[in-house]
Design a protein around this ligand. Structure first.
Ligand code: AMP
Length: 308
C-alpha cells in the first residue's frame, strides 16, 4: 500500500490503472479510522480492482468555532488499518494544494442542505460537496462509498452526482455501531469517560422512537418531545436538533408515514455527535390500497415498521 500526498502522484496511478482496464473504488474520509470506515473499505475491496481511501480533514467544511483543530489525526495508525482491510492507496492531500491561493470555486446543493446539519452548521455542506467534487475529479472513481451514519451527507452527494452528471455509482452502507449502540465516529475519541457513558442515549432514543411508531404513534411532536426529555435528563448533553423528516426531501413531517428519517445532533461537552435511523411505515396491503383515501385506517392494523 502506498501513501500519496500529491495530486499529480495519484493522477499518475489512476492513469496506469485505467490503461490496465482496472476499476477504481473510492472511500473518502477524514481519517482516524474505525470499523465504520473499514466496512466501506472492505466493500470497496470486493467490488473494485484498485481501492483508494482519502484522508483529508477538510477545513472548508468546518465553521470558525468548530473542532477543526481538535479533530483526531493519526496517519500511521490509519495506514496500518487501511492496509489490513484491503486498501491499495491512501491519498492524503495537503490543504495548500487542495485550496491554493486564489481558490474561488464552490459546489452548492440546494434544498437538501437547508435543514438538519445544514441549519446548524452553515456552510458545512458547501465544504463537503466542494471537496467531494474535487476528490472525484482527482480520483475519477467508478464507485464511491459513504456511510448512512451521515444520512444527509449521503443524500446530498447522491443528488449532486445526479445533478452534475458525474459518472460514478454512490454506494451507501449501514451505520456501524459499538456494542452499546453508539454509532462509531472519529469524534468519539474526544469524549471524556463521563460523556462516553452518556452517549449511547442517542441510539436508545432512536430505538425508543421506532418502538413508538411500531405501536402506532404517528405524531412527530410526541416522539420528538420524548427524545428531547430523555436526552435532557442525561448529564453533559446539549441538543442541537432532533428532527423527523421525509426520506427524500428531508422536510419535517407533520404526520409519520411511508419512510421517515429520525435524525439528531447532540453535544456532549465540546463534542458534537450525530445519529439517525430510517423507519419505514409499511404501506397497508391490497385491501387498504384499493380503498384509496377513504376513512383513515387504524395504524395498528394497517402498518408495521421497520428500521433500516
Ligand atoms: P468521516 O471520516 O467521518 O468523514 O467519514 C467518512 C465516511 O465514513 C463517511 O461516508 C461516513 O458516513 C462514513 N462513516 C462514518 N462513521 C460511520 C459509521 N459508524 N458507520 C458507517 N459509516 C460511517
Amino acid at each position: 500500500m502506498e501513501i500519496i500526498r500529491e495530486i499529480s502522484g495519484i493522477r499518475k496511478i489512476i492513469k496506469t490503472a485505467r490503461e490496465n482496464g482496472q476499476s477504481v473504488g473510492f472511500v473518502p474520509t477524514m481519517g482516524f479510522l474505525h470499523e465504520g470506515h473499514l466496512s466501506l473499505l472492505r466493500r470497496a475491496r470486493k467490488e473494485n480492482d484498485l481501492v483508494v481511501l482519502s484522508i483529508f480533514v477538510n477545513p472548508l467544511q468546518f465553521g470558525v468555532n468548530e473542532d477543526f483543530g481538535e479533530y483526531p489525526r493519526d496517519l500511521e495508525r490509519d495506514a496500518a488499518l487501511s492496509e489490513e482491510n484491503g486498501c491499495d492507496i491512501i491519498f492524503s492531500p495537503m490543504a495548500k494544494e487542495m485550496y491554493p491561493h486564489g481558490y474561488a470555486t464552490y459546489v452548492d446543493v440546494q434544498r437538501l442542505t437547508e435543514g438538519l446539519c445544514g441549519a446548524s452548521r452553515p456552510g458545512h455542506f458547501r465544504g463537503v460537496t466542494t471537496v467531494v467534487t474535487k476528490l472525484f475529479n482527482i480520483v475519477t472513481p467508478d464507485r464511491a462509498y459513504f456511510g448512512q451514519k451521515d444520512a444527509q451527507q449521503a443524500m446530498v452527494i447522491k443528488r449532486m452526482t445526479e445533478d452534475l452528471n458525474m459518472d460514478l455509482e454512490i454506494i451507501v452502507l449501514r451505520t456501524v455501531r459499538e456494542t452499546d449502540g453508539l454509532a462509531m465516529s472519529s469524534r468519539n475519541a474526544n469524549l471524556t469517560t463521563a460523556e462516553r457513558s452518556s452517549a449511547p442515549v442517542l441510539f436508545q432514543c432512536l430505538k425508543q422512537a421506532e418502538e413508538q411508531i411500531s405501536s402506532g404513534e404517528r405524531n412527530p411532536s410526541t416522539i420528538i418531545d420524548r427524545i428531547t426529555k430523555t436526552i435532557e435528563n442525561e448529564p453533559l448533553t446539549k441538543i442541537d436538533y432532533v428532527s423527523i423528516v421525509d426520506s427524500t426531501e428531508l422536510k419535517e413531517v407533520t404526520i409519520i408515514k411511508d419512510r421517515v428519517l429520525i435524525a439528531l445532533a447532540v453535544r456532549f461537552g465540546k463534542t458534537r455527535l450525530i445519529d439517525n435511523i430510517i423507519v419505514e411505515v409499511e404501506k397497508c396491503s391490497v385491501s387498504c390500497a384499493n380503498q384509496k383515501s377513504t376513512a383513515p385506517q387504524s395504524p395498528m392494523q394497517t402498518s408495521t415498521t421497520k428500521a433500516v
